[in-house]
Design a protein around this ligand. Sequence first.
Ligand code: ZN
Ligand code: ZN
Ligand code: ZN
Length: 256
Amino acid sequence: MPSLTFLGTGTSHGVPEIACSCDVCISSNPKNRRLRCSAFLQQDGRNLLIDCSKDFREQALVHKIDNITDILITHAHADHVFGLDELRVYNRLHKDSISLYMSQECDTSLRTLFTYIYAQPLQNGGGVSSLENHVVQPGIDFQASGFNIVPIPVMHGKLPIYGYRIGDLAYITDCSYISDESFELVRGVKVLVLGALRYQEHPTHFNLDQAVEAAKKIGANQTWFVHSAHNLEHDKVNSELPDNINLAYDGLCVRF
Ligand SMILES: [Zn+2]
Ligand SMILES: [Zn+2]
Ligand SMILES: [Zn+2]
C-alpha cells in the first residue's frame, strides 16, 4: 500500500517564524514546528516527491531520503522550489537527471528563477542540479515513479497552479479557489491533503473555514490540512475541526 509522509506542513515563513514569540512559535509541542510544505510518496521501493521546499536538505536528512527520480511541482514560489539546488547530490549518486512535472507557467518561472541550473554554467564548481522539466496538462494523466497522476488546476489568488491526484489521494496546497471541473477531477478520493493557512481570510490561500467547506464538498474519508501559519495551534485547531479533518504535522505518515 503506498504511503505519504509529510516532510513539511508550514506556510512560506515556516513555524516558528523568525523573530516571533507568540504562543505557537514558542510552543514545546513538536507538532507546532512546521517546515516548508512538501510531501514524499513511497510505493514498492520507489519514491515520489511533491515540491522541493526551502527546507529540503533538513527534510531529506531526517527522513533518510536516498533516492529521488521524479518530482511533482505545484508552483514556482520560493517555499516550494528553493530546495531544487540540493538535488545535485542525487544526480551524482545515481548518475542521472531528475524529472520534474509541472504546468507550462511553472516551467517558464523555474527557467527564470534558476538560470544557473537551466542554462549551461560557465564552470561547474560544486556542480548544479541536473533537472529535466516535463510540462503536463490539466486533467490528463501521466505516470511517474510507478504512480498514475492527474494534474488538478486550482487558483492560488490570481496564479493558476496545480494540485495532483495520485490514485485515491489528492494533494492541493496554496489554493484559494477550486472550479467545478477540478472538484470533479478529485471526486472519490479517500485521502485529501489541502492547504489551510489561518483563521482570517487571505487573498491567495483558503482560511480554515474555506478549507473545511472544500474538504466537505470533496468528502474524502480523511482530510489533512497543510501550509499552516503560526496562528494555528495544533491541538486547539484539531479539537475544533470535524472528526475526519485534521491539521497534519511534520513527519506524519498516512497510507492510501
Ligand atoms: Zn506556499
Ligand atoms: Zn509566531
Ligand atoms: Zn504559493
